[in-house]
Write a protein that binds this ligand. Structure first.
Ligand code: FPP
Length: 247
């Protein structure tokens, strides 16, 4: 395997953080304790990603489907998010990390929305390191929202149907300012994408690990990168074209 130069480090790693409930169950603890340990791990993994040179890390923290969980679990998750944002603001500023969100954040509790706005605003001038939280996120909702915004732009004459293309349409996705993920990791042994960044993951490499999210650490992230470095990304081309650099 070619040793990775800095140019091979994935620019954007997206993670489906799964297994908090099972982590808690294995220890006879309430599910929320698993989420609390999962939330603690967000800082550790964000720091590890920065150490490894990953510029964008996206974490699937709350899906549009997660509202259907028991009410006390939902409010517990919102409380953890609020606590996380309040606690991490100074660390983000110290480490020059910009916070982004994707998802329908306007449906989150008002207090969480205020914290998100405060942290996004305070970190918006940072460029090198980026943490993206997917909150009240679902790919199908994202496409529906983008289609509505695009159709409105056509109606108002800001877009022309004759110019329709993926490049123009994708500017209406929540992720318009973000590069596509290069690597998607899902923890806990599940092997599915669960309505996560389906449009942006068209050419993503996927790594599935049995490690439960609260236990996922820097060594596990490094192991996923090692697997990524062993992959040949062809983007529809042939191996020969990739090797000769002709395309
Ligand atoms: C999946 O585990 C995890 C979630 C649905 C929520 C992820 C949330 C956190 C890690 C904490 C809050 C986030 C931040 C950014 C502070 P699961 O509950 O589905 O686990 P299971 O499949 O083992 O039951």
């Amino acid at each position: 395997m070619t040793p990775p130069g800095p140019e091979k480090v994935p620019q954007h790693v997206a993670i489906i953080m799964d297994g908090n409930g099972r982590w808690a169950k294995q220890r006879g603890l309430p599910r929320l304790e698993g989420h609390r340990r999962g939330a603690e791990n967000v800082r550790a993994v964000t720091d590890a990603a920065r150490d490894l040179g990953i510029r964008y890390i996206t974490l699937y923290a709350f899906s549009v489907e997660n509202w259907k969980r028991p009410a006390d679990e939902v409010s517990g998750l919102m409380g953890l998010l609020d606590f996380f944002l309040k606690r991490e603001l100074n660390n983000f500023i110290r480490d020059k990390v910009r916070l982004h969100t994707i998802g329908r954040t306007d449906a989150l509790p008002a207090g969480v929305q205020r914290e998100l706005e405060r942290v996004r605003e305070a970190t918006k001038h940072f460029t090198d390191w980026n943490l993206v939280l997917a909150l009240n996120y679902g790919s199908r909702t994202e496409v529906a929202d983008a289609a509505k915004a695009y159709a409105t732009a056509v109606q108002e004459g800001r877009e022309k149907l004759t110019d329709a293309s993926w490049e123009r349409f994708s500017r209406y996705l929540y992720s318009a300012d973000l590069p596509d993920p290069d690597l998607l990791i899902r923890t806990s042994g599940e092997q599915r994408v669960s309505n996560f960044m389906l449009m942006q993951c068209a050419y993503v490499e996927m790594v599935f690990t049995p490690v439960l999210w609260p236990d996922f650490g820097k060594a596990d992230l490094a192991a996923a990168l090692k697997e990524f470095y062993g992959r040949e990304r062809r983007f529809g081309l042939t191996t020969e074209q990739i090797k000769s650099g002709s395309a």
